[in-house]
Design a protein around this ligand. Structure first.
Ligand SMILES: [Zn+2]
Length: 115
């Protein structure tokens, strides 16, 4: 493994740790809200507190889903590092610029082919 892919793997693992922490935090927020809703008398849909809790739970669940999707992208990128195909645009086969990979380490396409 050359120096560049070492850097890429290190960056991907750092992001992965960050994303996993975010995922765990959002999951525990969801669990906490579910528990709070169970403890309070939030059976009534018209209870304003129940509605707020439901909305907060949805937000936290959406953030957890987003973190989970990002986690899968990062894991796929680490597979590409191992396979030696990391940083190559899957559309045109040209190298993805380093600046783009720094901003989006899981990018699979160059800017031109990102859409
Ligand atoms: Zn391309």
């Amino acid at each position: 493994m050359d120096h560049t892919s070492d850097d890429a793997a290190r960056r991907l693992r750092l992001r992965l740790a960050d994303v996993e922490a975010r995922f765990a935090a959002q999951r525990s927020t969801v669990d906490g809200i579910v528990e709070a809703a169970r403890d309070s008398n939030a059976d009534d849909e018209h209870d304003p507190e129940g509605a707020t809790l439901a909305w907060e739970r949805q937000q936290a669940a959406a953030l957890a889903d987003g973190a989970d999707a990002e986690r899968r992208e990062l894991l796929a990128a680490l597979d590409r590092v191992a396979a030696g195909t990391y940083g190559v645009c899957e559309a045109c086969g040209r190298p993805i610029p380093a600046a783009r990979l720094e901003a989006r380490p899981a990018a699979t396409r160059c800017v031109e082919h990102a859409r």
